[in-house]
Design a protein around this ligand. Structure first.
Ligand SMILES: Cc1ncc(COP(=O)(O)O)c(C=O)c1O
Length: 399
């Protein structure tokens, strides 16, 4: 059999190799990303949107851990017309990868050099104040170019954006800055994923009312600008929240943000987390497993040692609480999750052996495990956090 991994003798002696030898990415633990699922989700979302509404694919945090470039290309194929990112670096990487779609920086850029890079790379910064607007105006003035910017209005999130009461004045003032092209006004919902009738619904309505008040104040000279409010939850819950565009992250990756959802559109999870069984252990009853001896076998047991751990992104807080899939069957994880490995109780599964593929998250046959299944087990966690938690040690394979 051919060696899959380069040996030291394959490399020139005494010279540092130009290419770092690579382990077989499917031998230990890995992520599988399915761009066809992203594309299908974008298409379904587009089909769901109010007439004329555009889809922005939110690909920040490296595409919620799926790989920003892969996700961006798939979402654009599926009908997204723009991309949302959080940091300047994320935008620069997409531009350098050759993506030329409009890109909105959802995070705040406060330093003039960051704003200059936006102008140079045609990234649209989000403004929250006149200070940022003036910085952009000065940069554009010096360059002889128009600077596309968007204004964020805080309608009840108390994070980025100008206060909704001062927004009409700010919009007017920005309208007088001749090098700025205010091509969007937006806000962000704080509780759209909450229940449909209680406090969450009331807060969403209040935020929408505040947003509408601001929109009514837009002078006719700049009323061509794109108005947007909804994240995944707002998009899926109510077409009245759609306006000219929606900014969708979680749903694009195949997950709905609600606790209960009767799903009018089908979403396909695009990420699987997999690892191999590297050792099988037959142990008697009464054996303590892993750090802290939190799990003691109650019967003669067969343990499968799996090569993935918290350094790969499987939170230690999930120890002894999750299940994993092998050959479409659920196996309980036992004992503390360690940095590089975890153990499964394979006693009832004689078919499992060294080399068996374990699905930690994702689909295996008829069975599947979602990020929500994990986040429900960790206090204060959410599916978004689970998706973003996988570390660079896990090779990401595009399937
Ligand atoms: C401003 C903004 N818009 C849209 C999104 C997308 O949210 P979601 O993943 O819930 O669709 C985010 C994500 O946090 C965001 O910060």
């Amino acid at each position: 059999m051919r060696n899959l991994i380069a040996t030291p003798t394959d490399l020139p002696r005494g010279q540092s190799p130009k290419v770092v030898p690579q382990a077989d990415p499917r031998q230990r633990a890995w992520l599988e990303v399915n761009p066809a699922a992203i594309e299908a989700n974008a298409k379904s979302l587009k089909g769901w949107l109010a007439k004329g509404c555009q889809l922005m694919a939110v690909v920040k945090a490296d595409g919620y851990g799926h790989g920003a470039e892969t996700v961006a290309r798939a979402a654009l194929r599926g009908g997204a017309s723009s991309l949302g990112i959080a940091t300047l670096q994320e935008g620069l990487e997409l531009r350098q990868a050759g993506l030329d779609a409009p890109i909105l920086v959802l995070g705040n850029l406060s330093h003039v050099e960051e704003l200059r890079a936006c102008l140079d790379w045609q990234l649209i910064p989000t403004l929250s104040s006149m200070r940022e607007a003036l910085l952009c105006q000065n940069l554009a003035d010096g360059s002889g170019r128009q600077f596309n910017v968007q204004l964020k209005v805080d309608t009840g999130m108390s994070r980025l954006g100008c206060d909704f009461q001062s927004a009409p004045r700010l919009i007017e003032d920005i309208g007088h800055l001749n090098h700025l092209n205010l091509n969007g006004i937006y806000s962000h919902l704080a509780m759209a994923d909450g229940d449909r009738h209680g406090e969450a619904a009331a807060i969403t309505t209040l935020q929408q009312e505040r947003f509408e008040t601001v929109l009514r104040s837009i002078p006719t000279t700049i009323d061509h600008c794109c108005r947007h409010l909804a994240n995944s939850a707002g998009t899926l819950r109510d077409r009245n929240l759609h306006y000219d565009m929606v900014r969708v992250g979680l749903a694009l990756y195949g997950h709905n943000p609600f606790d209960q959802w009767d799903g009018e559109i089908q979403l396909h999870p695009a990420l699987a987390v997999k690892a191999r069984v590297t050792l099988m252990r037959d142990v008697p009853a009464g054996v303590a497993v892993s750090y802290g001896h939190r799990f003691i076998t109650k019967r003669p047991s067969r343990l499968a040692v799996v090569s993935i751990g918290y350094a790969d992104g499987v939170s230690r807080a999930l120890s002894g609480r999750i299940e994993a899939l092998i050959n479409g069957q659920r196996l309980p994880q036992v004992g503390a999750i360690t940095m590089d490995q975890l153990m499964l109780d394979a006693t009832d599964h004689p078919d499992i052996n060294i080399g068996s593929v374990v699905t930690l998250l994702g689909q295996d046959g008829e069975a599947s495990i979602t990020p929500k299944e994990w986040s429900n087990l960790i206090s204060e966690s959410i599916p978004w956090e689970v998706l973003c938690s996988f570390k660079h040690r896990l090779p990401r394979l595009v399937t």
